[in-house]
Structure formats: structure tokens, C-alpha cells
Design a binder for this molecule. Sequence first.
Ligand SMILES: Nc1ncnc2c1ncn2[C@@H]1O[C@H](COP(=O)(O)OP(=O)(O)OP(=O)(O)O)[C@@H](O)[C@H]1O
Length: 366
Amino acid sequence: MFVSELNMVSFRNHRRLFVDLEPKMYRIIGPNGTGKTNFLEAIYLAMTGRSFKTASLKEVIAFGEESAFVAATVVMDDFARDMEITVKKDKRRFLRDHNPVKNTSAYGRGMGVVLFEPGHLQMVQGAPSRRRAFIDDMLRMLSPAYDEAYTSYYHVLYQRNVVLRKLRDMDLLDVYDRSLANYAAVILRERLKFLKRMAASVSTYYEAIAGEGEGLELRYKASFPVVLDGELETAFYESLKQRRETDRERGRTSIGPHLDDLSFLLNGEEAKKFASTGQIRSIVLAMKCMEIDRVSEQLGEAPVVLLDDVMSELDEKRRRMLLSMIRGQCIITAAEPMEALEEAAEAIDLIELKKSADDLREEDLW
Ligand SMILES: Nc1ncnc2c1ncn2[C@@H]1O[C@H](COP(=O)(O)OP(=O)(O)OP(=O)(O)O)[C@@H](O)[C@H]1O
């Protein structure tokens, strides 16, 4: 899969930019603040309908403008798809092959894009939300059923929390508990199935990167007692029911997939507490390699890979390992030139692109 054309207008600091791309590796090297990450954000947004920088899409509108526009032609299975997003202050429009699409799930269906940015290096030691986000983002891309359960779960969770804080309506709370249990069971089953499948591949990658014969294991840490037979939904509902009073005092739901965590064990010890910086980087890299593999396997073709400023965080061996994992289109940003990139990737010059986009006529863009 690859992006063959990318077009943006009033997108962050890019007033106008148009580029033709091929299914190969590109590098964008330039000083801080030139818009390298914004360029990757535009690709990610055009493919998925979501930004990896913000939940509030209107932030992508260039300062002082009324709207932002980003469009990409994505070639998948030798078939070109036109993806187009317009964001205004109070509304947004998603078009897939020129047809309006209501939600991001339908918009980005079948699109494969893997992002690796410095924040991901916090996956092992950072807050549990980072680990959940890693699994959730991947599963949402791979499984429409997961995506649906995930969106519904957070919607119901919000409503349950409102009832806990403001109302004393037990019947309503019961309706939310049953609904939450239904979505939680889907989320949990899919997460556990996924972890079981990916554990072996992550540990193989880890050994290849670290090369020290250390065993890496992944463990799911649930916030409530998990039963693994068909009773999961009922068991979670009962746990929620028992917690109603405590949850009411706290004003929030104290168990569920929104609080679960993942832990990494190196030779049986918690990596979060004991691993060295190098070992932690190897774990994250192993997770990313697994992600690229998994998305390729699911889609039957290599995803678009976006590497934002991570090369300088990796040593030469890990850089080369990562580059060797990438089969299809990949766009890599860095503030400074580096040997591995000069050899492997073609340059994209944002300044030159901006100059040539200035020559485009208005009607070519909208
Ligand atoms: N909505 C917006 N409108 C205009 N400019 C914006 C907007 N949002 C961010 N910017 C500008 O974009 C620039 C940051 O761009 P970006 O993060 O892509 O830089 P970068 O080249 O990746 O830099 P670094 O190497 O530091 O990561 C900043 O100068 C910021 O002010």
C-alpha cells in the first residue's frame, strides 16, 4: 500500500503543498519547526481520519485560516482510492472516493499505516494509557468489531460516570452496567487473543535486536478478576454491580478495560522497574516490528510506515534493524542527516515543495 499523491492546503504551517510519491523510502531532513511532523500528520489523517497529534481536529487549520484541506491518493491492492478531508472550525467533511463518509471507522477501513514517534519510547515506562493506546490503535485498525466495541464502550462509560456523579437512578445504572459489560467482554477477548498471538513474535524480535539471549514476556494486567470461559460478560457485570457504591463515592468507574495494563517481563523481572535504557528501546522496537508485521499480515500488503524523529534516539544497529524491517513505503523525518538514511532513502525537500505548490492554481486544489 502506498500514498501516490498528497495535497494539503492551510494545513498547520503548510499553506499549500502537493507531492507525488512512490512506494519507496523517503527522508525529510530539516531544522526543528519546519513542518516535518505536520507532513506525516497529514498522511496519517488522510488515511485514517484521525490525527496522532490532537483529538481536536480544528487545531490542524493553519493559524488565521477558516479551513484546512488534506487529500491523498492511496494505492491499495493496485486500486487507487481518493481520500479527502476538509476541516472547518465547526464541522468537517470526510470523502472516500468522492462519497461522504460519516465516521472515521468507515473512512479509514482497510488502510494500513504504522507510526513510530519518540513518545512511543515511553511505552514501557510511561503511564498505562500509552500501552493501552498501542494495543487499541492497532486493534482498531485491524478489526472493525473491536473498533465498534471500543467506541461504544467509551461512550457508555462516559454516560455511566455521569449517572454515578449526578443521578441516583439505579435502573439507568443497571442498563449502563449491562451495556458496558457487553462491550468490555468484546474488548478483553480481542486484546487477550491478540496478545497471545503477538507474544512469540515480539520476543523473537527482541532477541534479534538485543541479541543477549534474554527472554521477554508480555502480561496482561486486568483491573478486575478475569474469567476466561463464556461467562466473561456476566462476571464483569457482577463486578460492576458490586462496585456501584464505591464508584458512586469516587464519581467514576473503577474497573474495566479503560484501566487495564500490560507489563513487560525481562527474564521474569518487571522491565518498567529494572530494564536499562537500551533494553527498553529494544522492547519498543520489537513491539513496532511486530506491529508492522501484524498489519502486513492482516492487510496482505505492507503498510505505509511513518517514522517521526526516532532515528536519532536509536543507535546505528537498531536503526539498521528497523530500516531492514520495512518493505513498502516509508517516510522518515530527522533534524540532522545520518548515514543510514542517506543510503536508504530519497530526500523530500519541504521548502522546494512549497515553492512549486505556489504555482498551482486555486481550482487545482479545491
Ligand atoms: N494550526 C497551525 N497553523 C500554523 N502553524 C502551526 C499550526 N500548528 C502547528 N504549527 C507550527 O508548526 C510548526 C511545528 O511543525 P512540526 O512539528 O511539523 O515541526 P518539525 O519539523 O517536525 O519539528 P521538530 O524537528 O522539532 O519535530 C511550529 O512552528 C508550529 O508553530
